[in-house]
Write a protein that binds this ligand. Structure first.
Ligand code: PMV
Length: 318
């Protein structure tokens, strides 16, 4: 009754922001992401009739913050009559800081739970279950360039293209390692209820998804850069115009954006994206990754820089 899974965070290029059904955690829009290779969460889950309660240990420390959400995720896979579980999770990157640690955690959780409890569920079913816990987690079940489609009554996740066919690099600049100020579920609801830009955000998402799909299919870096930066800034504009405003950026975030924009103006193949946190992710052509890494590492206020290729979906450990 024990299994271990590895899953990686993913970075959205066309973002998910807003829910159409909070209860079922269904997104209001589709999204497109890349799964990272070098960052990962490894999660072991052991179910036993001898355990009186669920227990979660994250990076060696007992953790109660995520326990309820994780326990509900385990219930969704194994049923709420399941045995209690001991969950041990290790991540090699800062958690709860806008680096999609919830995506890698919930993706690993559904894979490990299904295996440990002998459920035969395919990747699409597992993606739906992971999405019930964290919308972006559904995408981490798959590798490469991944699309989450918002279907009439659920979500459908597919890989658009494996990483091997377009091996871009992602440089992540950490500008603040602590937990984020507002969780994404709360923030999305504030945006839905109060941003005057929210409706137009929803209305225009389909055309951004279509442009990104075409760019990925044609391996057109400039086109992907243009639509991704536009979509990212549009999502942050929805956040900024919410009441109260949701501002995840700090001064170093802005400096990193300027670094990326200058590199791009100087002919480097690089563009930025950011999520619900102050970190900046620079997506770049492989030949430009070193220059991007060095420039971001030099930016004032950046405490750490990581680089990753595009990686695989969630897997079970032997
Ligand atoms: O999956 P959640 O609920 O943590 O929301 C993720 C939202 C963004 O990271 C900002 C965008 C995205 O598509 O990943």
């Amino acid at each position: 009754m024990k299994a271990t899974a590895i899953a990686r965070p993913n970075i959205a290029l066309i973002k998910y922001w807003g829910k159409r059904d909070v209860e079922r955690n269904l997104p209001a829009v589709g999204s497109i992401s890349v799964t990272l290779q070098s960052l990962y969460t490894e999660m072991s889950i052991e179910f036993s009739p001898d355990y009186a309660a669920d227990e979660l240990v994250v990076n060696g420390m007992s953790n109660r913050t995520m326990l309820a959400r994780l326990a509900a995720c385990l219930d969704s896979v194994a049923g709420d009559g399941r045995c209690r579980a001991k969950i041990v999770s290790e991540s090699n990157f800062p958690i709860a800081a806008g680096l999609a640690s919830s995506a890698s955690s919930f993706a690993a959780a559904v894979v490990a739970t299904a295996a440990a409890t002998g459920q035969s569920k395919d990747t699409h079913q597992l993606a739906q279950l992971a999405g019930g816990a964290s919308g972006s987690a559904a995408r981490s079940l798959f590798g490469g360039f991944v699309e989450l489609r918002n279907t009439t009554d659920n979500i459908a996740v597919t890989s658009l293209r494996p990483a091997t066919e377009w091996p871009l690099q992602i440089v992540v600049a950490i500008t603040e390692a602590g937990p984020k100020s507002v969780g994404s579920t709360t923030a999305m609801e504030i945006s839905r209820k109060s941003s005057p830009f929210y409706t137009s955000w929803l209305e225009r998402q389909e055309s951004d998804l279509s442009a990104a799909r075409d760019a990925i299919s044609a391996r057109d870096f400039d086109k992907l850069a243009e639509v991704s930066e536009h979509n990212c800034l549009k999502m942050h504009s929805v956040m900024w115009t919410s009441r109260p405003p949701i501002v995840y950026w700090n001064a170093a975030t802005m400096r990193c954006l300027q670094v990326v924009r200058s590199l791009r103006a100087a002919g480097r193949g690089v563009f930025f994206t950011m999520d619900a946190g102050p970190q900046v992710k620079a997506v770049c052509l492989p030949e430009d990754a070193d220059a991007v890494f060095d420039a971001l590492a030099d930016a004032q206020g950046v405490s750490k820089v990581m680089v990753s290729g595009i990686g695989e979906g969630a897997t079970l450990q032997a």
